[in-house]
Design a protein around this ligand. Structure first.
Ligand code: PGA
Length: 255
């Protein structure tokens, strides 16, 4: 984490997990955090079906709620899709965009991710824009090229620290239990910060949060958060159980 850097943020991505039974984890979380001063911002992104309930359960806490995707248009004949405005109406203040699972399973291009990020901004949501290389791309030495190409295609004009978060998630580290070395993470985060400085200016780049995601758990979180330019994490599997998630959040002492 950068000294004097932005306030860290931990974002839980439940993916396609969770029914009303899982709300018990939110109850557990609010119970355990009652009266606790957090050292970071915290957001939970449940499936869309639970956003309103999670938002209502978290309304007394400082924990935010987010969606996992949105359509670029505000409304219309797009069966099965959800707009940024609808997420906002349900209580979300954040939305994950361009996650590698969306890019892979739904063929999402950088251009589409950028339109979705514009929609998020239009609706007053913070866009969490994900980038990251595959194992093949890393093996070919293309990591920094891939990440800067994704940033150039996906981050819209008008992005700033107040409406955008970047999540670096190497595809091969997601759900695999394998994480890059600290040097590898540090190299990409430094490059992302540099890219942001060139496009958005030094001030916006310094203030924007750059998260690492991919197999983060309570046992490796402290090492990852100690890497310069890592301002928190996007957490998948370890965000599903309150105890695991709090083990990660607890790495940041209140400041
Ligand atoms: P993981 O997922 O923590 O389960 O590896 C991270 C993500 O996909 O955001």
């Amino acid at each position: 984490m950068a000294v004097n850097g932005p306030r860290p943020i931990i974002i839980g991505n439940w993916k396609m997990n969770g029914t009303s039974e899982s709300l018990g984890e939110i109850r557990l979380m609010t119970g355990m955090l009652d009266g606790v001063e957090l050292g970071c911002d915290v957001v939970v992104c449940p499936p869309a079906t639970l956003i309103r309930q999670v938002h209502e359960m978290l309304s007394e806490s400082k924990i935010g709620t987010g969606g996992q995707d949105c359509h670029p248009e505000p409304n219309g004949a797009f069966t099965g899709d959800i707009s940024a405005e609808m997420l906002r109406d349900a209580g979300a203040r954040y939305v994950i965009l361009g996650h590698s699972e969306r890019r892979h399973y739904h063929d999402e291009s950088d251009a589409l991710v950028r339109r979705k990020a514009e929609a998020a901004h239009r609706a007053g949501l913070v866009a969490i824009i994900c980038v990251g290389e595959t194992e093949l791309e890393r093996g070919a030495g293309d990591t920094l090229d891939v990440v800067s190409r994704q940033l150039a295609g996906s981050v819209p004009k008008g992005s700033g620290a107040e409406n955008t978060i970047i999540a670096y998630e190497p595809v091969w580290a997601i759900g695999s239990g394998v994480t890059p070395t600290s040097d590898e993470i540090g190299e990409v985060h430094r490059a992302v910060r540099h890219w942001l400085a060139e496009r958005l200016g030094d001030e916006a780049a310094r203030a924007m949060r750059i998260l690492y995601g991919g197999s983060v758990k309570s046992t490796n979180a402290a090492d990852i958060f100690a890497i310069p330019d890592v301002d928190g994490s996007l957490v998948g599997q370890a965000s599903l159980k309150a105890k695991d998630f709090l083990g990660i959040i607890g790495q940041f002492a209140p400041c």
